[in-house]
Design a protein around this ligand. Structure first.
Ligand SMILES: Cc1cc2nc3c(=O)[nH]c(=O)nc-3n(C[C@H](O)[C@H](O)[C@H](O)COP(=O)(O)O)c2cc1C
Length: 452
């Protein structure tokens, strides 16, 4: 049995190395943008405010921006234009045509505040007027964003009167995801950074606010988005496809639903589960210091990726394995174009959607043909020989992963004509009991129902 497994693995590696170059196509980073008058309100014009021009819409297809999501850490001194900044901030946390936020928050709560650090001063972003509001004079970029130099630094904070630290982590995960997608679509780059105490503290933010992530924004200092299309997918799950929807449209169209039709196709199931944290069909060929071969659909602190994802369907609950090869091999398996060997493993037979609906205090969840669960395995936040990030005070870091993954599902659901929503799992013990998980190391975080 063991010999067979080894032989099969060798065959897979051989096929991967031999076949992948034939499948590979270099991706040209062609980016087209067009102007739009999405923001119709007049910006405030006080002396202290800094009105932003209307954001531009990009024609990058949503999945393309997910495939290309990566951390960029080195930037040139070329400035970020006001138009680019406007577009990134609109994607991050702006208002859509219907006056709702580009970020749903969890349970509809939006408690984030974005600080924008430019050469001349620090500002906060005002979504209502799509403008920058003066906060403090001086150049704070290198003080707050001490890890990486960039022409603009964005500091994501939250209002402690509106939202608790963990849910703020999830909301900021969504905001940061939009920032990475939009910088990427504009040919710019960004990376999520976080440390304790928060890097923004020296700026002196109000007492009712807490800082979390800081993201440098700028032009990559070499060809960071140098990808090759390597869709080598070994799975019974249908392979991921590009939709026809652009990132800008998905941000505008994404909606939270409380009613669901009762079917979802195998392809849709595969696409939605992949959006949570799956591997890109692109291989990163750039010289980026920490480049990962194949990136995943979300960032994760230290690259730990400690969330377990489950798909709850009518007849069973399944565990999602994004790529088993990353567990078998101690080296970055995708480095030479290894395949994505992905599957769903049944872990519990029967229809358990009512239990999940009860755990989230939201009856409509039980009608959805699929519910995705985001569950933290704390053991994975303290891998042997690496920094231990399993403390209670750091839990919001992992809520960030859950928020980013759930938001991806919301966007991709919109792109495929599906509906979804994001709920906090309130009764965590009910889910631990349902899945027979170890309560000492498990924290069920979010449930995302998806349907038509
Ligand atoms: C909450 C959070 C905090 C992070 N903090 C840092 C950081 O302080 N410095 C850094 O270089 N990268 C940081 N990262 C980026 C991860 O290292 C990166 O996402 C991971 O290694 C995967 O690489 P990729 O994003 O290029 O695919 C952070 C990511 C997250 C989600």
């Amino acid at each position: 049995m063991y010999k067979k497994a080894v032989a099969l693995t060798i065959v897979i590696i051989f096929c991967s190395v031999a076949i992948s170059p034939a499948l590979g196509t270099t991706i040209s980073p062609s980016i087209k943008i067009s102007h739009t008058s999405k923001i119709t309100k007049d910006p405030k014009t006080t002396n202290l405010d800094y009105p932003l021009p209307p954001p531009i819409t990009t024609d990058m297809v949503l999945e393309e921006s997910i495939f290309r999501r990566k951390s960029v850490r080195n930037f040139t001194e070329d400035p970020v234009t006001d138009e680019e900044l406007s577009t990134i901030l609109w994607a991050a946390y702006g208002l859509r045509e219907d006056n709702t936020s580009t970020v749903p928050g969890v349970g509809g709560i939006n408690g984030a505040v974005i600080y924008v650090l430019k050469e001349d001063a620090a500002y906060t972003y005002d979504p209502d007027n799509h403008s920058l509001v003066f906060y403090k004079a001086g150049d704070w970029r290198d003080i707050v964003g001490w890890q990486y130099y960039a022409p603009v630094q964005l500091g994501m904070c939250y209002d402690t009167n509106k939202i608790d630290r963990n849910l703020a982590g999830a909301e900021i995960g969504m905001i940061d995801q939009n920032i990475q997608f939009m910088t990427n679509a504009l040919g710019l780059g960004s990376v999520v950074t976080a440390q304790t105490p928060s890097a923004i503290d020296p700026l002196g933010i109000p007492e009712n606010q807490e800082g979390f992530t800081v993201m440098p924004i700028g032009h990559p200092d070499y060809d960071s988005y140098d990808f090759v299309y390597r869709p080598f997918w070994i799975s019974l799950l249908p392979r991921i496809k590009n939709s026809n929807m652009t990132l800008s449209t998905a941000l505008e169209e994404r909606e939270e639903s409380i009613s669901f039709g009762d079917t979802i196709s195998r392809f849709e199931m595969s696409q939605m589960i992949w959006a949570t944290s799956g591997f890109s069909l692109y291989r990163d060929k750039s010289d980026e210091k920490y480049q990962k071969g194949r990136h995943r659909t979300i960032p994760s602190a230290k690259g730990y990726y400690p969330l377990d994802i489950y798909a709850v369907k009518n007849k069973a609950i399944y565990y999602y394995e994004p790529n088993i090869l990353t567990k078998i091999f101690p080296v970055p398996v995708d480095f030479v174009g290894f395949p994505i060997v992905t599957y769903l493993k049944p872990v519990k037979i029967g229809n358990h959607k009512l239990t999940i609906a009860d755990a989230c205090s939201e009856p409509s969840i039980a009608d959805a043909p699929m519910i995705i669960l985001f569950i933290l395995d704390r053991e994975k936040t303290r891998p042997p020989g690496s920094p231990d990030l399993s403390a209670d005070s750091l839990l919001h870091i992992w809520y960030h992963d859950a928020g980013a993954g759930a938001h991806n599902v919301m966007l991709d659901a919109a792109a495929w004509g599906l509906k979804a929503n994001i709920y906090e799992i309130e009764d965590q013990q009910a889910i631990i009991d349902l899945l027979k998980l170890n309560e000492d190391i498990t924290i069920p975080i979010l449930a995302v129902p998806i349907g038509r």
